[in-house]
Design a protein around this ligand. Structure first.
Ligand code: C5P
Length: 219
């Protein structure tokens, strides 16, 4: 990229799934590949930003020039974000953070015995909402994976989590979104919206970052 619209800006991005331990050998997680977050990190670096990428467990290589911090659980991810959010200009929460964690992680491997067993879960902290509530907060961008009523749920999240922008994708459409190389986004901010039609995640990342640059200068 010749023109560097993010020169002098620092960007913090979360990506990938989180892993919530059950015992020393087992965990709860989800199908997030981390591809969208890594594409955003690469695109932001190409546009001249200093990029810090906090990633859950994924099989992706770190884009050139990006500082990567690997984490496992949602709590680890929150700690890494809070340790690195100071003086950031833009925060993009792209990670598929587990909504719940095991309330008491077993210290030894759980042995099978009864035909049924129950796991008690507790809510994880909301990393995005936590960043959005900071004084001197960065420009905060969230993601929303929805299967229906995309605009209603996305706009609700934008308001409820006090975000500057939200990028929603319809995960019920086959071939885009989770784990795929392509995606399509519907981007909403308080004063407007823009549809970004299906394409590869790097192209979408560039388009989303251009919208962020534009909207950030308006706020
Ligand atoms: O409420 P929901 O999980 O659909 O919101 C999705 C957005 O919130 C994503 O940007 C995700 O990274 C972020 N999130 C978070 N911490 C959580 C749950 C979601 O940062 N515990």
């Amino acid at each position: 990229v010749e023109f560097k619209p993010l020169a002098g800006q620092s960007v913090l991005i979360t990506a990938g799934p989180t892993r919530e331990a059950i015992d020393p050998v087992r965990y709860i997680s989800n199908h997030s590949s981390g591809k969208m977050g890594f594409a955003l990190a690469k695109a932001a670096a190409d546009m001249g930003a200093a990029v810090t990428l906090v990633s859950g467990p994924v099989n992706l290589s770190t884009p050139e020039g990006v500082t990567r911090i690997d984490v496992e659980s949602a709590k680890n991810m929150l700690d890494a974000v809070m340790d690195n959010v100071d003086k950031k200009d833009i925060f993009i929460g792209c990670a598929a953070v587990a909504d719940y964690r095991i309330s008491d992680i077993a210290t030894c491997k759980i042995k099978k015995s009864a035909e049924e067993m129950q796991l008690a879960l507790v809510r994880n902290p909301d990393i995005l909402a936590t960043v959005a509530s900071l004084p001197n907060r960065p420009f905060v961008v969230g993601f929303a994976a929805e299967t229906h009523d995309v605009e209603t749920y996305a706009r609700d999240k934008l308001k409820r989590k006090n975000l500057n922008m939200i990028a929603a994708n319809d995960v019920s459409v086959a071939g885009i979104g989770f784990n795929a190389d392509a995606n399509a986004l519907r981007v909403f901010w308080p004063q407007g919206s823009q549809d970004l039609p299906a394409t590869d995640k790097l192209t979408l990342a560039r388009q989303l970052l251009s919208l962020i640059v534009k909207e950030k200068t308006n706020t």
